[in-house]
Structures are given as C-alpha cells and as structure tokens.
Design a protein around this ligand. Structure first.
Ligand SMILES: O=C(O)CCC(=O)C(=O)O
Ligand SMILES: [Fe+2]
Length: 328
C-alpha cells in the first residue's frame, strides 16, 4: 500500500524523553502525516493502558444506566451532557448529505470548572459546569483525571505542530495554556445489515485543532484518504489515533488536512469510543500562522473565534437534520 493510503505511526517516545534531535525529526513525520493523510497513530505517548482501560470501563458503566438517568443529563447548549441514540442533532454529516441519524449515544464532558468560576457564574457559552451522573461513584474523578492527562499530552504535542510548520517550538505554547476541550464518550450498538446511509457516526470532519482517539480494541473507524478511497483504521494496541479538524485548517490556511472519517460497528458486540477534541484557549484568535501565508497564498479564512464558530456550526448541522426530517 502506498504511503498516502496508510495511516502513519509516529513514535513519540524519543521526543517525550528529550532525546537530542527528536523534536525536529518527529515534527517532520507529523508534517508528512498532516499534509498527506490527516490522520496518524501515536505510540509511547505516556498514557498508561490501565488508565485508558479504566476510562473505557466508566463509559460502559455510564451507558449501562437506565435511559431516564441518562436523559436527566440531556445535552445542554454548552455541549455537555448526554446525547441519546439517533437524537444526534450536533453531529450529523457535514461530508455526506442525506444520511440517517447516527446510531450512537454519547456523553460529553468539558473542562471541570469550579461552580464559582466567573465563566460559570456568567453562564458563558461552552464554559458551563459538567453534568455528572449522581449514582456512579468514582466516575467523575477518573474522567477528570483522564482529561487532565490528555491536556498535558496536547501541550507537549503542540511543540511538534509548531516545528512541523517551521515555527519556533514554543509558538503555540501560550495559545494552549488553557485549552478548550471536550471528551466525547460514545456507545455504538452493533449494527446489522448493509444499510449504506446508516452509520454509527456518519462521514464528517471534526471541528478541532486536534482530536485524540483512545486506542480501541474494537475496530470500526474508517477514513477517506486524499485519493477519495475509504480505508479502515487498523487497531494498533495502545496507540492513539490523532487527526486534525476544521480549526487546524484555519490555523494552517489549509496546509494541514481535516480528513473525513466515519464509524460503523459491525463487531457483533458493543463498541465504545473516547474522542478528546482539543482547541486553543477559548478566546484565542484563530488565524493562519505566518509560515502558511504569502503573496501567492493569501489567507483563505477570516480570523475565527471558537465560540462564534461552534455556535454557527451547531446551528448549521441542526438545520441540516431539521431539513432531512422535514423531507421524510
Ligand atoms: O468512533 C470512532 O472511532 C471515531 C469517533 C469520531 O470520529 C468522533 O467522535 O468524532
Ligand atoms: Fe470524528
């Protein structure tokens, strides 16, 4: 298989260990991955398999609750809480029109903010309090700890992004000091039959700067390569799958890709997924970095802000679904 039809594997070990030369060498691999494929695996990322396993256990535990318990935490306009099966108003396809509602249910958590945080008191959009299940002791601690760990990993990874863009290594440090993130804990039931327009998660691109998908024992993710071919992501033990989204395209003037992908569970059993979507600090202006613009390459996007963008994105995908239902 050619290099652009394969998801590359990037070993973060040497870079994270501070080996001389590893930063730039790894950044070159990242540059290839994000300009040619838009997806890559990372190994030796420092997140222990036990920790990952314990979060998967919590996801399973969450979704095993009775529907009334889950509905009590129904998704709010901060994007936190529970989204029921086929009730997917927020993540219908932005890539392929006319698909049925997604066959998954998901629970969303953002950064844990104290109840007296000014943004919480002001009811600032996307800065609301998390909606925790009342009867699952330990759930919150495990999930918050996992988010904290991934946040720290992203803060190390953005140095690779900076070097991959020929910028000083610390270029993104300030922007990612207090990153805006969302952890999506998804349950995909087994799907029967060959329905072509029904997906666990329909073809889409993420909105994020980067998404970290936890190592999954159950296959189901496919990505659309630049040649237009859908390829299945292999399950590589302990390796995260990483991809860029629409914000990364804006940061890089389309130099880095936001590759369409989808999920279908035909494993015969349940499938769970943990997607951590990460962006810069909520107020950071998102504009093409200097090395991606020039006289022959004007900026393609106006300066973007997370809140405005997400409000518009959610409205657009919601309207898409409303239109699709009206047409039924
Ligand atoms: O289930 C997966 O493997 C992919 C999930 C995904 O693409 C998403 O949540 O945005
Ligand atoms: Fe995705």
């Amino acid at each position: 298989m050619s290099a652009t039809e394969t998801i590359p594997v990037i070993d973060l070990g040497p870079y994270l260990a501070g080996e001389p030369g590893a930063l730039d060498r790894t950044a070159q691999e990242l540059r290839f991955a994000l300009t040619q494929i838009g997806f890559y695996f990372i190994t030796n990322h420092g997140i222990s398999p036990e920790k990952i396993r314990s979060v998967f256990e919590q996801v399973k535990r969450f979704h095993a609750q009775p529907i009334e318990k889950k509905m009590a935490l129904k998704l709010d306009n901060h994007g936190t809480g529970y989204m029921p099966m086929r009730g997917n108003t927020l993540r219908t396809s932005t890539v392929q029109a006319g698909t049925k509602p997604n066959l998954n249910e998901a629970f969303f958590v953002k950064r844990e903010l104290p109840p007296d945080h000014p943004d919480v008191l002001a009811n600032r959009r996307y800065r609301g309090p998390n909606r925790w299940p009342a009867d699952l002791p330990g759930f919150r601690e495990i999930v918050v700890d996992y988010c904290n760990e991934l946040e720290r990993l992203v803060q190390k990874m953005v140095r690779l992004y900076a070097r991959a863009l020929d910028l000083p290594a610390v270029y993104f440090d300030a922007a990612f000091q207090d990153p805006q993130f969302s952890l999506r804990m998804t349950h995909y039931p087994h799907q029967e039959g060959p329905a072509v327009d029904e997906f666990g998660l329909a073809p889409h691109t993420d909105t994020s700067f980067l998404t970290l998908l936890a190592p999954n024992d159950v296959a189901g993710l496919s990505i659309r390569t630049q040649s237009g071919k859908w390829i299945d992501a292999p399950a590589i033990p302990d390796a995260y799958v990483v991809n860029g989204g629409q914000m990364l395209q804006r940061w890089t003037n389309d130099f880095f890709l936001a590759t369409p992908h989808r999920a279908v569970n035909r494993s015969g059993g349940e499938r769970y997924a943990l997607a951590f979507f990460c962006d810069a600090t909520i107020d950071w202006p998102i504009a093409a970095v200097p090395t991606t613009v020039g006289p022959d390459r004007p900026p393609k996007y106006p300066t973007t802000y997370y809140t405005d963008y997400m409000v518009r994105y959610q409205k657009r995908t919601y309207d898409l679904l409303a239109d699709a239902q009206a047409a039924d």
